[in-house]
Ligand binder design. Structure first.
Ligand SMILES: [Zn+2]
Length: 280
């Protein structure tokens, strides 16, 4: 599943390739990919003839500010489990799981391919508040790189919580954008067992974890996202964080610090990787 670094990598590619050119045609091959508006024609009418001014990211949401003569609303995209945005020539044969095509000048297109079909698109007209349509935005906690995600904020969020720390890291209302991969990586980096109850973490552990979250996300962004979930960037190139993962996907392999075999367990229904020696 794409997490913050992958979505951020896609966002940067989208800003380089798709902005300042009018969308000429819209093809929706799987109507239920549209979260809003439910009416296919309204979606097409909202997008045709407008250009994308800029792509933003909030958590794992991609938000394109649209413009024509003036403000033209927003296009929202969530990749969910398997969604991929690809910048291609329109002549490129359609992938089996192509769901939406936005056709641009010079025979180019932005193509949305999604095997599992959980990915969503929203068109938000200019007169409507974006959070009232893309309601998931209302529940998001701070961005991990924002000043709001301070050590004090994080410590306060963990106080009195009786959930496992791993499960808490996946809660998008505490900090936005962390998924299964980076939760495991950050917990290893800070030497904390995933099944510790949040309220029992010491101040030192909280401080280490706070820094590790920022570090693992930044490292992955610098490397163009991961390869764990068949992630491809906009031009179909995979990231390379997979070569340097500390624990994720390394069950049975020697820990990079102490050579103890990495263990894999289930926590809150999610596969969880950790080193039983380095983490306590
Ligand atoms: Zn170890």
């Amino acid at each position: 599943m794409p997490e913050l670094p992958e979505v951020e990598t896609v966002r940067r590619g989208l800003n380089n390739l798709t902005t300042k050119q009018p969308i000429q045609k819209v093809e929706v091959l799987l109507p239920r990919t549209l979260a809003y508006p439910p009416n296919l024609e309204q979606f097409e009418q909202g997008l045709i003839g407008v250009a994308i001014a800029h792509w933003y990211r909030r958590g794992k949401y991609l938000l394109a500010q649209l413009e024509s003569e003036q403000s033209a609303g927003w296009l929202g995209v969530h990749l969910r489990m398997t969604g991929q945005l690809l910048w291609l020539s329109q002549d490129c044969p359609l992938q089996k799981h192509t769901r939406i095509r936005l056709l641009f000048p010079h025979n180019q297109e932005l193509r949305f391919v999604d095997t599992r079909t959980f990915g969503k698109f929203w068109y938000v007209p200019p007169e409507i508040e974006i959070q009232s349509i893309i309601t998931g935005l209302q529940k998001l906690g701070p961005e991990p790189f924002a000043a709001e995600f301070s050590l004090e904020y994080f410590a306060h969020q963990l106080s009195n919580r009786r959930r496992h720390i791993k499960t808490l890291l996946l809660d998008q209302s505490i900090v936005a954008g962390i998924g299964n991969i980076y939760a495991d990586e950050a917990l290893f980096k800070s030497g904390i067992l995933p099944n510790l109850v949040a309220v029992n973490l010491t101040q030192i552990q909280i401080k280490r974890l706070h820094q590790a979250i920022i570090d693992v996300l930044q490292t992955s962004i610098n490397q163009g996202g991961t390869t764990f979930s068949d992630f491809l960037d906009l031009l179909g190139v995979s990231g390379n964080y997979g070569d340097t993962a500390l624990v994720y996907g390394r069950k049975g392999e020697p820990c990079r610090l102490c050579n103890t075999p990495i263990e894999k367990t289930k926590l809150g229904g999610r596969s969880t990787h950790f080193c039983p020696s380095c983490q306590s």
